[in-house]
Design a protein around this ligand. Structure first.
Ligand SMILES: [Zn+2]
Length: 158
C-alpha cells in the first residue's frame, strides 16, 4: 500500500521539518519517543514508528516485537519523572476522520488535573483538548532532559 506522507505532522517532527520542543527523547528499534505537542500536559509523550505507518496492522515484525517493551519503559520513565496517579496509554490517530501516522500517547495523570477538570479517562483528555493549553516550552525542555535520564537509568539496570 502506498501511503502519502504529504503534510504528516508526525513525519515532519521526526525529520525536523517542524520544530520539536524538547527534541527526541529516545529512539529504539524503529520507534521514537517525543514529547507530545498537543495540550495534554507536561510529561505526556508519544511513541511512534519512524516509518509513516497509519494502521497498527501494518507494523512489521521487528516494530511489533519492540513495541511492548518500549511502551513499558516509556511508562516507567514517565512514572519516575512525574509521579502520577496513573499513566494512560492510548492510540487514536484519526484526526478529522482520516487515519494518521500512528502514535501511542503515554500520558501521566496527576490528581490536580483530575480535580481541575472533574474528569478521568477519555473525558479528561477531551476536556484538556477543549481547554487547549499547550505546555510551556521551557518546562517541556526540562522534563525531556529528565525523561532521557530516566531511560538511561533503565539502560544501566537492564
Ligand atoms: Zn507520517
Amino acid at each position: 500500500m502506498t501511503v502519502s506522507t504529504d503534510s504528516c505532522l508526525s513525519c515532519d517532527l521526526i525529520s525536523g521539518a517542524r520544530p520539536l520542543p524538547g527534541g527526541r527523547i529516545r529512539e529504539s528499534s524503529g520507534w521514537v519517543v517525543e514529547h507530545c505537542v498537543g495540550p495534554l500536559g507536561v510529561g505526556t509523550v508519544v511513541v511512534k514508528p519512524l516509518r509513516h505507518v497509519v494502521h497498527v496492522a501494518d507494523l512489521d515484525e521487528a516494530e511489533s516485537a519492540a513495541l511492548g517493551p518500549l511502551l513499558r519503559r516509556t511508562a516507567a520513565a514517565v512514572t519516575e519523572v512525574v509521579r502520577p496517579e496513573q499513566v494512560y496509554v492510548c492510540l487514536w490517530s484519526h484526526a478529522g476522520g482520516v487515519p494518521g501516522h500512528i502514535h501511542f500517547v503515554v500520558q501521566p495523570i496527576i490528581k490536580a488535573d483530575m480535580t481541575r477538570f472533574n474528569a478521568g479517562g477519555p473525558e479528561l483528555q477531551t476536556a484538556m483538548f477543549r481547554a487547549g493549553e499547550f505546555p510551556d516550552e521551557y518546562e517541556v525542555e526540562e522534563v525531556c532532559m529528565r525523561l532521557r535520564d530516566a531511560f538511561t537509568g533503565g539502560d544501566r539496570i537492564e
